[in-house]
Design a protein around this ligand. Structure first.
Ligand SMILES: NC(=O)c1ccc[n+]([C@@H]2O[C@H](COP(=O)([O-])OP(=O)(O)OC[C@H]3O[C@@H](n4cnc5c(N)ncnc54)[C@H](OP(=O)(O)O)[C@@H]3O)[C@@H](O)[C@H]2O)c1
Length: 239
């Protein structure tokens, strides 16, 4: 069995799947989770086909009970957690003036509340790993929309600002216990989430593998070096 283990939410496609592949290739035992079981199992099969040690645990991150079942499932399979990637997320575009409450609630639940709850459930295992080797990692996928407010994505933007704030707060609580907590803040990434974007071809976007390389970087720095935030922007973003 793998000597280190990672749990990746939103691991069935895009950024999460790229991170799962990279960490699996680096020898981690992997739990991938996402909402739709068939799509998730397909992604897990693909990774297993490449020789990686992967279990798939479906969970709707807007449901607290499913979050606790997910973390328990990871613990039962691997017995440890060195890397948590809080990555599941949804974005619904539109003007605030026309917004439906249920869409606001869904984005708050999946993008922010679930990160808090999953972090809470995983902290004991992360602290154990931190005490062992001083370099446990929790990376929370925020967005560049969590650094600069985006019109017509107000709820999404607000949840991602929340993720950045939560990440800073968790860093203060956990840094002294060998647990690095980092916010990932990308601009447009070539995933299903940017299929709606017109005028920016996918090849001109950040690639999911770029984010995965960021995770590798965070893990390869020494325990004395904490990187609280990674921003990924395109040349055209001009931030
Ligand atoms: N693509 C970008 O430009 C970009 C930029 C900045 C930040 N991000 C963030 O990156 C993260 C990953 O997105 P992506 O770009 O890789 O898009 P993606 O390929 O659509 O991946 C989204 C993942 O989240 C899962 N998910 C969505 N709702 C869920 C729920 N209620 N419960 C559990 N899992 C759920 C999806 O599973 P199902 O398909 O089964 O729902 C999927 O695995 C998100 O947090 C997103 O906000 C993306």
């Amino acid at each position: 069995m793998a000597t280190r283990a990672a749990l990746i939410t939103g691991g069935s496609s895009g950024i999460g799947l790229a991170i799962a592949r990279a960490l699996g290739e680096d020898g981690y035992g992997i739990t991938v989770s996402a909402r739709r079981p068939d799509k998730l199992e397909g992604a897990a099969q693909e990774l297993r086909g490449a020789g990686l040690e992967v279990q798939a645990v479906p969970a709707n991150m807007s449901n607290e009970e499913e979050i606790t079942t997910l973390v328990t499932g990871h613990r039962e399979r691997f017995g440890r957690l060195d890397v948590l990637i809080n990555n599941a997320g949804v974005g619904v575009g539109g003007a605030v003036a026309d917004a439906e409450t249920k869409k606001l609630d869904m984005q708050l639940d999946v993008n922010l509340r679930a990160v808090y709850l999953t972090a809470r459930e995983c902290i004991p295992m992360l602290k154990e790993a931190g005490a062992e080797h001083g370099k446990a990692l929790m990376a929370n996928t925020a967005s560049i929309a969590g650094k600069y407010g985006q019109g017509w994505l107000a709820a999404y933007s607000a949840t991602k600002f929340g993720v950045v704030g939560l990440t800073q707060a968790l860093h203060k609580e956990l840094a002294s216990e060998g647990v690095q907590v980092t916010a990932l803040c990308p601009g447009f990434v070539a995933t299903a989430m940017t299929d709606w974007v017109e005028g920016v071809p996918k090849e001109q976007m950040i690639q999911p593998e770029d984010i995965a390389e960021g995770i590798r970087y965070l893990l390869r720095t020494s325990p004395a070096c904490i990187v609280p935030e990674l921003q990924f922007i395109r040349p055209a973003d001009n931030m």
